[in-house]
Design a protein around this ligand. Sequence first.
Ligand code: FES
Length: 124
Amino acid sequence: MLLAALPPRCCDLPEAPAGSFQVSGGVLTLRMKELPQALRISDEARKLKVILVRTADGKLAAVSGVCTHGGAPLVMNERHGTVICTSLGHSEFDLRGKVLRGPAPKPIQVYAVRETGGAVEIVL
Ligand code: FES
């Protein structure tokens, strides 16, 4: 029964290339020719980690890429369309930030997203 103890299938995420985004006035603006299905946007100087996802209905969702349990990075769980912690706790969150599986004690941050003029804007 070892397989039953393994976490759901997950993947790492491509990173937004340096120079593809900027942060100004509390808004992150991302410009890429093509968006992958999911993307991590990291800005170490601002301690910012955001996961941007194109959902099955074609909309964009943006959530924090940091687990609320111990601060470990989150990755996509493609099978469930959720984000999952890379630590041994494997907390799991939906794209509205809700904790689906602990030990995470509270939801992750969810950001408003809009597409405008070939750019994606994420309100931080
Ligand atoms: S840091 Fe995510 S479950 Fe512990």
